[in-house]
Design a protein around this ligand. Structure first.
Ligand code: IPM
Ligand code: MN
Length: 346
């Protein structure tokens, strides 16, 4: 019989509530012969306050022994900005070499968008996850003076760029429209821009069926609003990817439905799946959070582990549920989870 050995990190705020629903739907969709084992980890603000730790080497060892990681959200106003972001989330993405940060955007039927005329939106952003300005490579001199100078260096390696560009081409090749857009700013960031563009063009030669396109990131934000249907797969660096995926979420149903995967395609380390949203302390503990983004992250997790049918069943259930929402009174976090669990089981 098969087994799925899952590390669960509910985290802070609404993370606790949405992860419970994600697990509910996961249990309901898994075939009988798959033995689901979950181990919960207490990372986040409470652990930080109690111990001063965010993520230790021993924690990384413990996490490593799993097939995948499901994360709710980490962050709380009581912890200074940057401590958990760098000390937990980025540390984990870097330690497990999560170089493919996968963020799909699909506007499902019945879901509101601020865009006019309900455009077709169905694209996926492949955001590089381990390099760029996120590496912490920089410094400050003359700190606190009028002459302070701060640098924040964007690191781009041929190895790191080529592997994520290859992943994006393979994903584009597997989709019906077979279109890949490189998003960068190669007119200004000429060093990194040329590396990305050259590698993109080199790999493109191996994928004659994939239509390629290039957009500067500023122009890409215009098209994400005026013509999102033009996008199929987008590949971009860590920081541009961070910014455009929030915009992508905003136009395709909002942060309540935006899912993501921090993927290490080699399988050397477990990949981590999380909703794009944060811990939302303002609504935590009230049963108001929408667990849909977490449930869709569970679908990405299942697809990554080869459970394609189960992933598709979750996505169909979410699609049906969102389609009916307009006619229903508002439901609590757990009521939405119950509905989705019933749908995937039945
Ligand atoms: C995200 C978040 C993180 C990022 C922060 C919290 C470090 O915004 O997952 O998009 O910038 O990657
Ligand atoms: Mn972000």
């Amino acid at each position: 019989s098969r087994s799925l050995n899952l590390a669960v990190i509910p985290g802070d705020g609404i993370g606790q509530e949405v992860v419970a629903e994600g697990l509910k739907v996961l249990s309901a969709v898994l075939p009988q012969d798959v033995k689901l084992e979950t181990k919960e980890f207490d990372f986040g603000a409470r652990r930080y306050h109690a111990t001063g730790e965010t993520l230790t080497d021993a924690d990384l060892d413990a996490l490593k022994a799993h097939d995948a990681i499901l994360l709710g959200a980490i962050g709380d106003p009581s912890v200074p900005s940057g401590v958990l972001e760098r000390g937990f989330l980025l540390k984990l993405r870097f330690a497990f070499d999560h170089h493919v940060n996968l963020r799909p955007s699909k506007l499902l039927p019945g879901v509101a968008t601020p865009l006019a005329g309900q455009p077709e939106i169905d694209f996926v952003v492949v955001r590089e996850g381990t390099e760029g300005p996120y590496t912490g490579n920089g410094g400050t001199i003359r700190k606190g003076t009028e002459h302070e100078v701060a640098t924040e260096v964007s690191v781009n390696t041929a190895y790191g760029v080529e592997r994520v560009v290859r992943d994006a081409f393979a994903r584009a090749q597997a989709r019906p429209r077979k279109k890949l857009t490189l998003v960068h700013k190669n007119n200004v960031l000429t060093f990194a821009g040329h590396l990305w563009t050259n590698i993109f063009n080199k790999v493109a030669a191996e994928y004659p069926e994939v239509t390629t396109d290039y957009l500067h990131v500023d122009a890409a934000t215009i098209f994400l609003v005026t013509d999102p249907a033009r996008f199929d797969v987008i590949v971009t660096d860590n920081l541009f990817g961070d910014i455009i995926t929030d915009l992508a979420a905003a136009v395709s149903g909002g942060i309540g439905v935006a899912a993501s995967g921090n993927i290490n395609p080699s399988g050397d380390f477990p990949s981590m799946f999380e909703p794009v949203h944060g811990s939302a302390p303002d609504i935590a503990g009230q049963g108001k959070a929408d667990p849909t983004a977490t449930v869709l992250s569970v679908a990405l997790l299942l697809r990554h582990l080869g459970y394609e049918d189960e992933a598709a069943r979750i996505e169909d259930a979410v699609s049906a549920d969102l389609g009916e929402r307009g006619d229903l009174p508002a439901r609590s976090t757990s009521e939405i989870g119950d509905t989705l669990a019933a749908r995937v089981a039945g």
